[in-house]
Design a protein around this ligand. Structure first.
Ligand SMILES: [Zn+2]
Length: 694
C-alpha cells in the first residue's frame, strides 16, 4: 500500500498494532450521579499497579513506571509485542469487529451508506472454507496473465497490472506532492520490490542475516512446491528469484539514507526517466496501471532505475515470469487470500525469522484489520458515532493550542537561533494545521464492487479502487482534506508537505486522553504525543520544509550548523543504547523520532506548567505529586514487552527507539524530570552531557 510510504519516511508516530481487549476506564453511571453531591475524585489516568516501587525512579524510570506491568503481563501467543498501547489498539479492534459482525449480517445502521459493502468485504475475508476452494485457482488466473511476459514491453505491462492490484514488484509507484511545489501532485517512483523486510537482509555479512537468507530460499521453494511447481524447478526458481532481489537490494538506498528528503527527490520528465531505465517501457507501464498523463516524476533512487534497466537486459524472461509469479503468491499469502497451507508456511517463516509470534492471529482480527485498511472511511463512520467522546475534540484542540504556545515561547527565547531563522520558524509554527478525530469529508466508495464469493477477487478489487483513487490525483492541485490514517487508528502523524498534525479518534481515548483525570496526566500522555508530532515539523527532516510544505532551506547557515551539532548529541546518546542481546540502536535511523520524543516531552511539560499558573497544584494521586503524575503517564504509554526476534527486526526497520529508551532516553535529558523526582546530579537518570535540540 504505497501511500503508507510517506507516513513512514516522514515521521508519523508510526507504531505497532495488536492483541486482547482492555476495558476502557471511566464507566459512566454510578460515578456520574455522585457528582451532584460531592466533588468526584480525579480518575488516576495512569496505572498505579504498573509501578514497581522497589526500583529507584532516578536509576531507571522505565523500570519504575512499568516494572509492575511487565511482571504481570505476558505477550499473547498471537503477538510479537504487547504493551499498553497495544491493549488500546486491541480494544479498538474488538469494537470494529462488533460493527463488522452486524454489517455482515445485513444489520448495519441506516446512516452507514456503505454498510453492506463493508459487510460483504468482511464476510468474504472470513470465509476460510471458500478461500480453501477458490484461492489457488484465483491466484493461477492471475499467473496466467504473467505468462505473456517475453520482452520489455510485455514485462512493463505485467508490472503495471500487478501494481494496480497492490502487488509490489521492481519498484513502487504512486502519487506524491511535489516536494518543491507542495500545491501540486506528481508521480512518485520509489525503490521496492523486495520480499524480505529490508535491503540489508540481502547484503549483510553477519551470521543472522546469512541464516535468514538461507531460510528465505527454503521458504520460497516450499511455497512454490505447494502451488504445484515441481520440486527441481521450485529450487531453481527460488535461487533465480533470490539473485534478482539481491541485485535490486544492492542498488537501493539504505533505510537511513531514505530519510533524507533531498536525496530521494529527483525530478525527471518522461523522456529522462525512460532514458535512465531503458529498456523498461514506461508508456506501456503507465497505460496498463491506468495513470493519467504524467509530465513530472519524482524518483527516490535513480541508481535503482538504472540497475533495473541493466537487469532487464541480462535476465531471461523465464526468470522474470518466475519472479512476478512469486511476488503475487507472496502478497496473496500475506493477505490470507490463499489456502491455509500457504498461510501457515508464510507465518512459520515470518515468526521464526522476524517476529517470534507463537500462533497466527485469529482470522477475525486479520479480516477486521484488512477492512479497516481498505474501507476504513466507510467503517470508521460507525466507529466515530459510537466511540468518539463528545468532549474529546475540544479538549484536544485546547491542549494542542497550549503546546503550540509553549513552542512559541521556546522559539522566542532559544539562544542558538538568530533573528531571521527565528521569524521563519515562528511563521511555520503559526501555520500548522490540525486535524482531529475524523475527516470532514468522507471517501466515496460507490464505484467499488466487492463480492462474497471470492475474497481474493474482492481484495484485488478494493486495492485496484484505491490505486485508481490515488493515481487520479496526479497532475491536479493537492487536496488538503485527505487523511492518511483511518479514524479508529491508535496513532498520529505530522505531514511536512502539508505542515499539518493529525490525531485520529482512536488515540483520543484513555491511556492517552482520560476525561476526568488531572491535566497532569493528559499532558503527560496525549500532550506528549502532540508535542512529539509538533517537534517533527522541526526535526532533522521536518526542518527542511517551510511553512507552506515546500522543501527549501530557510535556515541561516550558522544556525543550521548549530542545529546539527545538537542533533549529533542525540544521535550519539541513542547509538550507545542496546536494543537486544548485543545489538545496538541505530542512532541515525531513529534520530528524527528521538528528537521528537525529547522535544515533545519538554514542550508538553512546559505547556502543563504554564496552564497551572496562578492556580494551586493539582491533587496528588496515590502519593504522587502532579508533576510526577505527568512523567508517570508519559512513561506508561510505553509499558511493553517484546519477543527478541521482533526487537531485532525493529532495530533494522523501526525509526522509533524501543520502549525503554523512548522513556529513559529523553527523560534523562530533562531537568524538569530530575526536579520532580529529586534526582541527584550523579544519578543514572541525569545525564552529565545533556542533549537539547528544541
Ligand atoms: Zn514520530
Amino acid at each position: 500500500m504505497p501511500r503508507f510510504f510517506l507516513m513512514f519516511v516522514f515521521s508519523a508516530f508510526f507504531l505497532f498494532s495488536c492483541a486482547i481487549s482492555q476495558p476502557n476506564a471511566a464507566t459512566p453511571g454510578a460515578a456520574a450521579s455522585q457528582t451532584e453531591f460531592a466533588p468526584k475524585p480525579a480518575e488516576p489516568g495512569f496505572d498505579v499497579t504498573a509501578i514497581d516501587r522497589k526500583v529507584n525512579p532516578c536509576d531507571d524510570f522505565y523500570a519504575f513506571a512499568c516494572g509492575g506491568w511487565i511482571a504481570s503481563n505476558e505477550i499473547p501467543a498471537d503477538k510479537s509485542r504487547w504493551g499498553r498501547f497495544d491493549q488500546l489498539a486491541e480494544s479498538d479492534l474488538n469494537k470494529l469487529h462488533d460493527i463488522l459482525t452486524a454489517a455482515a449480517a445485513g444489520k448495519s445502521e441506516p446512516q452507514d451508506r456503505f454498510g453492506d459493502k463493508v459487510g460483504d468485504f468482511f464476510a468474504a475475508c472470513m470465509d476460510q472454507e471458500g478461500t480453501e476452494k477458490t484461492g489457488l485457482a484465483d491466484l493461477k488466473a492471475e499467473w496466467t496473465k504473467i505468462e505473456a511476459v517475453k520482452d520489455p514491453v510485455s514485462l512493463s505491462r505485467a508490472v503495471g497490472r500487478l501494481h494496480g492490484t497492490g502487488i509490489g514488484t521492481l519498484f513502487n509507484f504512486f502519487s506524491v506532492q511535489d516536494f518543491k511545489d507542495s500545491t501540486q501532485v506528481i508521480a512518485g517512483v520509489f525503490q521496492g520490490g523486495l520480499s524480505l523486510p529490508d535491503r540489508d537482509y540481502y547484503l549483510k555479512d553477519d551470521p543472522k542475516s546469512a541464516e535468514i537468507r538461507k531460510n528465505f530460499k527454503t521458504h520460497l521453494e516450499r511455497m512454490l512446491t505447494l502451488s504445484g511447481v515441481p520440486k527441481e524447478r521450485a529450487k531453481h526458481e527460488a535461487e533465480a528469484d533470490f539473485e534478482i532481489e539481491k541485485t535490486m537490494a544492492a542498488s537501493q538506498w539504505t533505510r537511513t539514507e531514505m530519510r533524507s528528503p533531498e536525496r530521494i527527490y529527483n525530478p525527471y520528465d518522461p523522456a529522462g526517466l525512460q532514458k535512465i531505465s531503458a529498456p523498461f517501457d514506461w508508456q506501456a507501464y503507465l497505460a496498463e496501471i491506468g495513470a493519467p498523463k504524467v509530465v513530472k516524476f519524482s524518483i527516490s533512487t535513480p541508481k535503482a532505475m538504472t540497475q533495473l534497466g541493466e537487469l532487464i537486459k541480462k535476465t531471461p524472461y523465464e526468470t522474470w515470469r518466475a519472479y512476478l509469479r512469486w511476488r503475487a503468491l507472496d502478497a496473496m499469502a500475506r493477505a490470507r487470500a490463499l489456502p491455509k497451507a500457504f498461510v501457515d508456511e508464510r507465518f512459520s517463516f515470518q515468526s521464526k525469522n522476524f517476529t517470534g509470534q507463537k500462533v497466527i492471529e485469529p482470522r477475525w482480527k486479520h479480516c477486521t484489520r484488512m477492512t479497516d485498511r481498505l474501507l476504513g472511511e466507510a467503517l470508521g463512520q460507525a466507529f466515530v458515532r459510537r466511540w468518539f467522546a463528545g468532549d474529546a475534540k475540544d479538549k484536544a484542540l485546547q491542549l494542542i493550542r497550549n503546546i503550540q504556545r509553549a513552542q512559541e515561547r521556546n522559539l522566542t527565547t532559544l539562544a542558538w537561533m538568530d533573528e531571521p531563522t527565528r521569524q521563519k520558524a515562528l511563521q511555520k509554527l503559526a501555520k500548522i494545521n490540525n486535524k482531529i478525530g475524523y475527516p470532514s469529508k468522507w471517501r466515496d466508495y460507490a464505484s467499488l464492487e466487492v463480492t462474497r464469493t471470492s475474497f481474493l477477487k474482492s481484495l484485488l478489487a478494493a486495492i485496484a479502487f484505491e490505486t485508481r483513487r490515488d493515481l487520479a490525483k496526479i497532475g491536479k492541485p493537492v487536496d488538503r482534506g485527505e487523511w492518511e490514517m483511518t479514524p479508529p487508528t491508535v496513532n498520529a502523524y505530522y505531514n511536512p508537505l502539508l505542515n499539518e498534525m493529525v490525531f485520529p479518534a482512536g488515540i483520543l481515548q484513555p491511556t492517552f486522553y482520560t476525561s476526568g483525570a488531572n491535566d497532569a496526566v493528559n499532558y503527560g500522555a496525549i500532550g506528549f504525543v502532540m508535542g512529539h508530532e509538533l517537534t517533527h515539523g522541526f526535526d532533522d527532516q521536518g526542518r527542511k520544509f517551510d511553512d507552506a510544505g515546500n522543501m527549501r532551506d530557510w535556515w541561516s547557515p550558522s544556525v543550521g550548523k548549530e542545529f546539527e551539532k545538537r542533533t549529533t548529541c542525540v544521535e550519539d546518546q541513542f547509538s550507545g543504547y542496546v536494543a537486544v542481546d548485543d545489538v545496538k540502536l541505530n542512532g541515525k535511523l531513529t534520530l528524527g523520532e528521538n528528537i521528537a520524543d525529547l522535544g515533545g516531552l519538554k514542550l508538553s511539560f512546559s505547556a502543563y506548567q504554564d496552564s497551572r499558573k496562578g492556580q494551586p497544584p493539582e491533587a496528588p494521586v496515590e502519593g504522587f505529586s502532579a508533576d510526577q503524575q505527568f512523567f508517570l503517564a508519559a512513561a506508561q504509554v510505553w509499558c511493553a514487552k517484546m519477543r527478541p526476534e521482533e526487537a531485532r527486526r525493529r532495530v533494522v526497520l523501526d525509526p522509533h527507539s524501543p520502549p525503554k529508551w523512548r522513556v529513559d532516553g529523553p527523560l534523562s535529558n530533562l531537568p524538569g524530570f530530575a526536579k520532580a523526582f529529586n534526582c541527584k546530579a550523579d544519578d543514572q537518570m541525569v545525564r552529565a552531557k545533556r542533549c537539547e535540540v528544541w
